[in-house]
Design a protein around this ligand. Sequence first.
Ligand code: NAD
Length: 436
Amino acid sequence: MTPNKSNDSSDNSLPEHDQLEWNTPMYRLAVEQLDGTAERMNLDPNVWERLRTPQRAHVVSFPFRRDDYDTVETVFGYRVQHLLTMGPTKGGIRYDIDVNLGEVTALAIWMTWKCAIMAIPFGGAKGGVRVDPAGLSKSERQRITRRYTSEIIEVIGPDRDIPAPDLGTDALTMAWIMDTYSQQKGHTVPGVVTGKPIEIGGSHGRAQATGRGVVSCTIEALKLSGRTIRGTKVAVQGFGEVGATAAQLAHELGARIVALSDVNGGIYADGGLDMDTVNAWMRDQGTLQGFRGADAVTNAELLELPCDVLIPAAIQNQISADNAPKLQCKLLVEGANGPTNLAADDILADRGIMVVPDILANAGGVTVSYFEWLQGLQQFFWTEEEVNTKLITLMQRAFREVHDVAEAQGVTLRTAALMRGIDRVREAKRVRGVFP
Ligand code: NAD
């Protein structure tokens, strides 16, 4: 169902998906999640309709020079702000060859729910550049980042829209954005990005925050069936900022990490991987490929391995109706954004596999980004222990609130999380009213 208010052709109802510039499978997933939940909540169609589309969407194209000097390539960049109602907008920037307006729009929508679930005063945003990050030298990456920042400079800012790292970007990328922005404004503006290096106002614990939040949700979800994380078998897809941290923290808490992967494929050892050896291999080789002492598996095979907890922490659209019937985990905790599609959600619910949804499970990143922003505004910096303690407290509270809604309404954690997020936005919109 959609929020169309009547069948009258003079009605100003929203165009169908195929008439929208950002119509892609990922955008449709975000909107179908919203539609299903809005219908269940009896959401006011005026608000519902507004929430289906971005408030602002910026598309830029710009040239950047390759290291050989003679080659100049033109690339596309995006910055989408879904909703300005809640405060400044907030969301990551990804460098990926598949980035498009629909993907960035979906991710911005999810950011809105994520911030609302965590009760953080931000709306959702997301950005990206359509480029293969593996094919960029460090200097090319710096040039592309500085030019992209210049192209979107009027729409970002510490009170407007605050980028952070995502797929293919990192703390150094944020430092270049901050420096470019500051150079053009004529003074240092640390609050324009989060996920910065500590030396220029980054927060302790930010790089590990998303993984820490994922593990915190895993612990809370296991508790529901009277279990602890110690001794559980955990498989993690993606060994980047989120996946590697989640695996390491779970390992330190006594979990058995049975499988890991990166873009080149995965490794599997039913008895548990030796994380010290894996980390050392990764430091030397930069990929899990070729790791000895474990079986090689593909990324697709990893998802179907026997384990207690599966953590997809790489990219979207990994669990569909094709593989959902074959998953052997008891708990799925979404580190990545959008790893599970709607059909898979239904299958997993029928099979009794609990899914902790992305908008809750990976909200630790934006939470510590919020802490970083606060610390920057106050110029008062917290210790790593303070950051981690506050993060875990907020993650536990959010998990409990979402679980309470799920119990009360008899819905999945995903629907409950969406209800919680949408409800906070609805209330804010109601009290602010419509301009003019
Ligand atoms: P990252 O770039 O640090 O790591 C990504 C990992 O996934 C790498 O190991 C990479 O090799 C692997 N990978 C890339 N493409 C793959 C593919 N096609 N198949 C399998 N593996 C692939 O990125 P990250 O920051 O860890 O983000 C991972 C996911 O978590 C993304 O969906 C991102 O949107 C989401 N996320 C990240 C944060 C954060 O704070 N970094 C916060 C919330 C959500």
